[in-house]
Design a protein around this ligand. Structure first.
Ligand code: PEP
Ligand code: MG
Length: 756
């Protein structure tokens, strides 16, 4: 401990600062008083606060010791002078001879020439530098490390006052640099078309710390230790319950967590900050800020990535400290909400009121990720794979999403908003034109009827059957109602849900896909096992066969709901014929049970299979003897065919759905089903894209199930296509090794007047 440093200083200083903030003076008066307290307590002649303002300048907001006439006058660019250097590099500086430093910038209006030493620290706001707190001394003083720590601790409290909105207009308090204040256009990947204007809502906002200064540091330490123990327990559970390959990356990351979590240095620094007078939450935040500062100076990308580990860990610890995280449904949300998220599970989307939801922007996310599929059913524009969007957008920003062109406008100017209005009208006109097709059948120019159906999961989707003029439901994802409930639905509840589905579809066919949980589809009440490769793990039919009671309950509810109507059931993720046979046997057992109880049996029964696992395609001759129909789940099929994770933006769009290999595969399936006389169709997302759907019709697919908003465009395409002409042209495309035949198909469409 350095001579002269009093360990009581931080705590006493914080208490005095807190008392000022609890007082009644204006925010500016309070800040003035606080700088003089800090100067006094830290035995410095000067204490100043600089706040980062729009245009990326640091403005002197309060000072003890410099000329008071310089307040609100002295402005430094970020990067300019020592104060600017602290902000630019987000790191503290402690210099006994500040003027000798090459970065020193002399500002005559402040009268600072007589001060030789300087110690300054960043004032953090939500992970970014929002200002600088500095002290100066006349003598060439050597500041001790503990003093830097103390100044950092008190900067946490000063931040609370500065960013309360009373000193600077909230609109100016951006978390990023000046650029973020300007309108921005960000590009991404189109996950659903359409355009919308609305107000940004950030999914998973940073946890808000209500109180920074501890009333009772001892009690805070107890809270902290309890939370740490809880967190350790949770991390250990995670490691224990996951049956991981010890060399896998997943295991490594968890192990890193455990190591960091158990790192006594990290924890003792948090404890120190509590001892200095911060609440446990603020102490975690402070230590996290310190780590971020240190890591930002490291150039090794691997080490820099570790910041995310700490981020995650700090969040975890914070959640244990605060109890459960705030739920979206508890928040007061705008009526024209544009949700901005890094990535999201499909169930999380249900936390938001879909009536208010205008659009979705995902930093990650690809066309086949489940959240995109769920959101598409709501017919909102979605743009995914927008790197850095969370760094740029702040809650409350005006945002325009242009799904058609895969772009997002953040804080658009007047001109862009006007253009938006024009585009919106054009989009609506196109929708209206498609609506006129609603009552027309999906039939090609040469008379081929295509069953154009919708994929559904919510009752809301089923109302769209009429609105879009679809022929039925080609995929009813039964897991969706399971995902939105807080507890597992019993047979009676399931029966009610399915009965409403039957009621909504009327005479049109509906295919119920049995529970496809696991993978990225967790159930809120189900403590899902952590798996290294969940998409290839314990999911869908594998769960159903291992937990036959669950499947039987579902089948029972479906039979009850059918009430003598035709019942169509299909099983997801079947990899081998015996799985299908075993599942089908359970259907038979449930039918026998229903019969013995006098329950009316379905008028017809069709038991089909989703073709999602490539190996099943090699068993078709056997499968087709048992299955009543085949539906290609192209989302999963293609991810497995190309070994390309559908939810990872780095890999999902790497291979084109319109590659010769895909088309050959789909052709092979179609020919074998045709030969066996077994009906077949496709229900993956590719069917909803007009050009892909055109190729499918050319290959002989006569049943396509798409997201409801795609019905109109796909129907328009079908009605303008001569299927026979395309069928004759396709073989020349299949027989190549190109990356994609998309351009050739597009040229075909253009030459033949096909509306794509
Ligand atoms: C598919 O895999 O293509 C499919 C339709 O199922 P899901 O997207 O629900 O996995
Ligand atoms: Mg699937």
């Amino acid at each position: 401990m350095p001579a002269g440093f009093n360990p009581e200083t931080p705590r006493r200083l914080l208490a005095r600062v807190r008392d000022v903030m609890a007082g009644t003076g204006s925010a500016q008066d309070q800040l003035n008083e606080i700088v003089s307290i800090i100067a006094g307590d830290m035995v410095a002649e000067v204490c100043s606060v600089y706040v980062r303002r729009a245009g990326d300048v640091l403005e002197l907001f309060a000072t003890q010791g410099l000329k008071s006439s310089a307040v609100h006058l002295t402005r430094l660019r970020v990067g300019e002078g020592l104060i600017g250097d602290i902000a630019a590099h987000a790191r503290p500086l402690a210099l006994s001879d500040a003027q000798a430093h090459p970065g020193f910038a002399y500002r005559p209006e402040t009268g600072e020439e007589i001060y030789h030493s300087l110690m300054g620290v960043p004032i953090w706001r939500r992970g970014r530098v929002g200002g600088v707190l500095a002290v100066q001394n006349r003598t060439r003083r050597q500041y001790a490390e503990e003093e830097v720590e103390t100044l950092e601790t008190v900067a946490m409290v000063v931040a609370e006052l500065i960013f309360s909105g009373q000193l600077v207009n909230r609109d100016e308090l951006r978390p990023t640099d000046g650029i973020a204040l300007l309108p921005l256009r960000l590009g991404g990947v189109r996950l659903n078309s359409g355009i919308a204007l609305g107000t940004a809502v950030l999914h998973q906002r940073a946890l808000r710390i209500d109180s920074v200064v501890a009333e009772d540091p001892e009690a805070e330490l107890v809270r902290l230790r309890r939370a740490v123990t809880e967190m350790h327990g949770a991390i250990d559970d995670m490691l224990r319950t996951s049956d991981l390959d010890p060399a896998g990356e997943h295991a490594e990351i968890l192990e890193t967590y455990r190591m960091i979590a158990a790192d006594s240095g990290w924890l003792s620094r948090i404890e120190e900050a509590v001892n200095d007078g911060l609440t446990a939450e603020a102490a975690v935040q402070k230590v996290h800020n310190d780590i971020r500062t240190r890591m930002s100076q490291v150039s090794d990308p691997y080490l820099r990535e570790r910041v995310h580990d700490f981020e995650d860990l700090a969040n975890r610890l914070m959640q244990h400290l605060m109890g459960v995280a705030e739920k979206a449904s508890d928040r007061d949300l705008p009526d024209d909400m544009i949700l901005v998220a890094k990535s999201m599970g499909p169930a999380e989307l249900f936390d938001y009121d879909h009536v208010k939801l205008r659009g979705l922007v995902l930093e990650e996310g690809s066309a086949t990720s489940h959240v995109a599929i769920v959101a598409r059913a709501l017919d909102i524009p979605i743009v995914g794979n927008v790197p850095g969007v969370l760094d740029t957008v702040e809650e409350g920003d005006v945002i325009i999403i242009d799904g058609n062109n895969a772009q997002v406008f953040v804080r658009p100017g007047e001109d862009v908003q006007q253009t938006y209005n024009v585009s919106k009208r054009a989009h609506e006109a196109r929708k209206a034109a498609l609506a006129t097709l609603r009552d027309q059948p999906a039939v090609t120019r040469d008379g081929q009827r295509v069953q154009l159906q919708i994929n559904a999961g919510m009752l809301y989707d089923l109302q769209l059957l009429d609105e879009y003029g679809a022929d039925g439901v080609g995929l009813y994802r039964t897991e969706v109602p399971f995902m939105v409930r807080s507890e597992y639905p019993d047979v009676e509840t399931q029966h009610r849900i399915y009965a409403r589905v039957f009621e909504s579809v009327g005479d049109r066919p509906v295919i119920f896909r049995t529970l496809d949980v696991g993978g990225d589809k967790g159930l809120p009440y189900w403590d899902q096992m952590r798996e290294e490769n969940p998409a290839m793990g314990w999911r869908a039919i594998r769960v159903s066969l291992d937990r036959p009671a669950m499947l039987r309950q579902q089948l029972r509810a479906l039979i009850l709901a059918a009430q003598g109507r035709p019942l169509r059931i299909m099983f997801p993720m079947v990899a081998e014929v015996p799985e299908f046979i075993a599942a089908r046997r359970l259907v038979d057992r449930e039918l026998a049970r229903a019969e013995s109880r006098g329950t009316p049996l379905p008028g017809e029964l069709h038991v089909g299979v989703m073709l999602e696992v490539p190996a099943l395609a090699l068993q078709l001759p056997y499968l087709l003897r048992h299955a009543d129909f085949i539906s290609v789940g192209s989302n999963d099929l293609l991810q497995f065919l190309y070994a390309s994770d559908r939810s990872n933006p780095m890999s999902s769009d790497r291979y084109d759905t319109l590659a010769p290999a895909t088309l050959r595969f789909l052709n092979m399936l179609a020919r074998q089903c045709d030969a066996a006389g077994v009906p077949f169709g496709l229900c993956g997302e590719m069917g909803g894209r007009t050009l892909d759907a055109m190729a499918l019709v050319g290959l002989g697919y006569r049943s396509i199930s798409v997201a409801p908003p795609a019905v109109g465009p796909v129907k328009a395409m079908i009605r303008s296509l001569s299927a026979g002409v395309l069928r004759d042209y396709l073989p020349s495309l299949l027989d190549t090794s190109d990356h994609s035949v998309r351009q050739k198909l597009r040229a075909f469409a253009q030459d033949h007047g096909v509306l794509i």
